[in-house]
Design a protein. Structure first.
Length: 145
């Protein structure tokens, strides 16, 4: 997953909230803004909505699916870090990051981690038998427990 997926997910949530919370008026500019929001949501979700029911169903499914995928990554990073007795700073330094604040954002699902963090996560899960990958050498000087 990439930062673009996270941005699309957050944007879809923001736009859907505008529609559902009736932030826009019923006058001509408000209606035009709703149409533009719906077109943008069609672009983000990759679906063309034929009616109101389908609009709500598709956007809710998109938000739910992407939200679950994003939140599970943060929880998995935190769990692997704690199992390995790593502080945020230690983990960040071991992976070549200057600051641990980025890892706070990963664990809180505010940003999706880059490839090297996902590789570390898969290595940690494999070493603990928590992931189906087999025969993977642990990265960054760590050894299997």
């Amino acid at each position: 997953m990439s930062d673009q997926i996270t941005q699309d997910y957050l944007r879809a949530k923001e736009l859907y909230d505008i529609i559902c919370n009736r932030v826009l008026g019923d006058d001509s500019p408000g209606v035009q803004q709703r149409v533009e929001i719906i077109r943008e949501l069609e672009s983000i979700t990759g679906k063309e909505f034929r009616n109101t029911s389908e609009f709500h169903q598709e956007v809710q499914a998109y938000i739910k699916n992407k939200g679950e995928r994003i939140s599970s990554i943060g929880a998995r990073i935190k769990k692997a870090r704690k199992r390995g007795n790593w502080s945020l700073s230690q983990l960040a330094r071991s992976l070549g990051f200057r600051s641990h604040s980025t890892f706070i954002m990963y664990e809180q699902n505010k940003r999706l981690p880059p490839k090297e963090v996902m590789e570390w996560l898969l290595q940690e899960e494999n070493a603990l038998g928590a992931h189906p990958m087999q025969n993977v050498t642990p990265p960054y000087g760590r050894s299997n427990p």
